[in-house]
Write a protein that binds this ligand. Sequence first.
Ligand code: G3P
Length: 217
Amino acid sequence: MIAVNFKIYENTFGNGVLELAKICKKVMEKTGVKIVPVVSVVDARMIKEKLEMEVWIQNVDEFFEGAKSGSISPVQAKEAGIDGSLINHSECRKNPGTIKKILKAWPKKFVATVCLSSLGQAEGWAKNIKSDFMAYEPKNLIGSKDRSVASEKPEVIKKIVEIFPKVPILVGAGIHSAEDVKVSLKLGAKGILISSYIVKSKNPEEKLMELAKCFKK
Ligand code: G3P
């Protein structure tokens, strides 16, 4: 599985988000590898309605309903047809108590992906939480063009896979080659969470194809 985090890069503004999501869908259909656009709340419903594909958002808050202006409610997102969300991305961090509070009242059939930036988190507060996916992304490698989670932290990927034997692990940060994907999968990850290599590329379709092919047996 490939989760493509669109972040709020400029080329996904306006129509750009639809174009990139269409490419995700096209590559998914061509390769049979699941690809999920992880988009801003501003665009999520539109992508869902126009493309009828699985869509996640990049963040939800700990408020589910009520007088909480500006908050992103997981329940509201689910009701709007969105399929899931990241929680605790390094660029949108939450404290462990808040993450547990969010997960406790999490809507059914809404996919939760808790992001971790270190082994310490995996061994500590995250060890017993319930999440559909866990994503390991070392913060200092996010956006890197020459170093990745796969090249720099293979032993941590392996340990995190061992810590959560029942939870599919995604890995991300600096992924920029087929080799990165192959190494990650070999270490036990079930997929990748990727952004700049795809979103900022002049040819995202080609890059996605290159990575999706690594999932084939
Ligand atoms: O959520 C994905 C992300 O943080 C990794 O970013 O640009 O290193 O692929 P990037």
